[in-house]
Design a protein around this ligand. Structure first.
Ligand SMILES: Cc1cc2nc3c(=O)[nH]c(=O)nc-3n(C[C@H](O)[C@H](O)[C@H](O)COP(=O)(O)O)c2cc1C
Length: 203
């Protein structure tokens, strides 16, 4: 049973990253972790959201999910971030969560957090890897421990083999092997975080 406190912080306009975040939540809860599923606060104006019915529908359907706060980041032993790809980069909504963590960073409260990420893009080569690497840049500043899935399980190879994090091609049902990839990634994050948690409690 995992003793890890895991925050899953995602942003999603049309549901892809939400579905992946829910799968990560399920895997972590099955492993016994304490989980907070949190969405990044929306930054886009209603006008933009209303121009895309799928976006409006998703926002309305997930209105009950709590927004991420610095308290969630401080509470967590491990954090998995999920962001759609935006021009090969992290979505502004997730970047806002990261940037808002400045006060925690100043107090050293993000040191040794175990972190990982997943993403989606419309095209199979639309920038998933650059999005994850851009996301991880900030985590190095935090002094967090980036745990990527790598090829830690042969099934990850079959799922497209992105060693940086689970990556989805958006725009349809998410294939089972991709859901399996986020489950493997989540369990790896919990395993590493658990070892750190034990090490700190012994210290
Ligand atoms: C401003 C903007 C920039 C985008 N940039 C890219 C991109 O660089 N490559 C790509 O393949 N898809 C791009 N997309 C498509 C999104 O990545 C896609 O809609 C998203 O992964 C869907 O995730 P969601 O359902 O969780 O919102 C972009 C979409 C928007 C709105």
């Amino acid at each position: 049973m995992s003793n890890v406190k895991l925050a899953i912080v995602y942003y999603s306009s049309t549901g892809t990253n939400y579905t992946v975040a829910k799968e990560a939540q399920k895997a972590a809860e099955e492993a016994g972790a304490e989980v907070r599923l949190r969405k990044a606060p929306e930054l886009a104006p209603d006008e933009a959201i209303d121009s895309n019915p799928a976006w409006r529908k998703h926002i309305d359907e997930t209105s009950d999910i709590e927004e991420a706060t610095n308290d969630d980041l401080e509470w967590a032993d491990a954090i998995i971030f999920g962001s759609p790809t935006r021009f090969g980069n992290v979505a502004a909504q997730i970047k806002q969560v990261i940037d808002s963590a400045g006060p925690l960073w100043m107090e050293g409260k993000l040191l040794n957090k175990v972190v990982s990420g997943f993403t989606s893009a419309q095209n199979p080569n639309g920038g998933q890897e650059s999005t994850l690497l851009a996301m991880y840049n900030s985590f190095h500043h935090w002094g967090a421990i980036v745990v990527s899935p790598a090829y830690s399980d042969p099934k990850l190879f079959e799922s497209g083999g992105n060693p940086y994090g689970t990556s989805i091609t958006a725009g349809g049902d998410i294939p089972d092997e991709k859901l399996q990839a986020i489950r493997i990634q989540t369990n790896r994050v919990l395993e590493v975080a658990s070892k750190f948690t034990e090490a700190y409690s012994d210290a």
